[in-house]
Design a protein around this ligand. Sequence first.
Ligand code: SAH
Ligand code: F3S
Length: 481
Amino acid sequence: MSIEKLLEKNIDESKQGEVLQLSENKKANRKMYIESYGCQMNFSDSEIVASILTNEGFSTTKDITEADLVFVNTCSIREKAELTVRKRLEFYNSIKRDKNPGMLVGVLGCMAERLKEKFLEEEKLVDIVVGPDSYRDLPNLIAQVEDGKKAVNVFLSLEETYADISPVRLGGNGVTAFVSITRGCDNMCTFCVVPYTRGRERSRNPESILKECQDLYNDGYREITLLGQNVDSYLWYGGGAKKDFKKATDSKKENSLTFANLLDKVAQVNPKLRIRFSTSNPQDMGIDVIETMAKHNNICDHIHLPVQSGSSRILELMNRGYDREKYLKLVDEIKLRIPDCAISMDMIIGFCSETEEDHKETLSLMDYVGYDFGYMYKYSVRPNTPASRMEDNVPADIKQRRLAEIIEKQQANALQHMEAKVGETYEVLIEGFSKKSDQHFYGRTTHNSAVIFEKENHKLGDYVMVKIEECTSATLKGKVL
Ligand code: SAH
Ligand code: F3S
């Protein structure tokens, strides 16, 4: 396969730019259009925004020309993500000029937080700028712009988790849902903008998490993914930022709840509710989490364990908090307790000062782990991060060549995993239809492998046993037994 093809296949962009639409809100007198980019947390946040504004008399529309209010939920993780948003703003500008002069435009999420008031100066079209912790203030901010002013709220909170707001879920498949459990990140990886755009780490009240999971199960959902920048670092001690845990009273400390404790409780909501979680940080993932996974059949055998590099020297420059040996030891611990566990990664290629030797270490680490899936990115400098003060000195063509080599290796590893599944039988949760044919269902195995099979007398949300007959590096095909 050509390098261009490999690069194209690298990132799953199927959700980027998705527009949220809810069922009709009879009391609504205004229409909003919400488009989302970036990580799953952004898509989840858009559902919170929709929930807040539905109570304010808004309904959603997929037709931007009839919207009173247009929101774009933005991502800052790489330069390309920000360029995509700038392009969308140009498009909104043309709509406002030619078709919908009355529409107001709001920017939500990480790019709003990063650029703050500067957004209003740079993009005359924008009326509202709101960071990830200020969505409760949207009704006030909207009232301000309706009065003809511009409005900004980029306050980052030590407490906000939106625990009491049930996100609206009508955009999804009715089978799988995301439940956020932590917000923000304290890890300070040197390349990463998230600690600056999403603030300090805080955990959500476990009761509200368990209630949301139970409600989802009762509504027919069969899989939930617990969501956070760094889920293993979850720590509930009655509320507040993780960094303030030291100041908590002894009784609060004694009654605190870790991620493994939470996972154990969520797994007991119902044995027919599958549990996944993302993202695990190798420096925070404890053996207790792996043991909890091994204990419950309904916790899926898949861990997304971003590595970023196979070179200890680069990992140190990235401030990842682990080296190659520690990472590989963790992988061994996982395989020891869950032999068949699927492992996936994120990788950054061409970080500051990365040599050919470092790159070879990355390739050999991939040989050792044999990842089932991977998301691989060329390093992109983010303004004001610690790495922005280092030299981004790997030439573009070398970054490109190394990325292609890494993707090629990953494709080969993925194919090997898939081929080993041919002839085996797996339990598959039916999530939807094949993109290519509505006569075929789409679902996933516990290992997160996509499976396509011919439709029989089943419905979305059913578990079926599927015998795998053939595969590509991305998809299994089989027959229901
Ligand atoms: N803990 C987070 C990580 C968010 S960023 C999570 O929940 O997934 C997702 C991935 O983007 C990171 O793991 C990293 O591989 C990549 N990334 C982050 N900053 C980057 C940068 N400056 N350049 C290239 N890739 C980056
Ligand atoms: Fe970013 Fe590292 Fe946190 S990648 S989100 S700072 S764990």
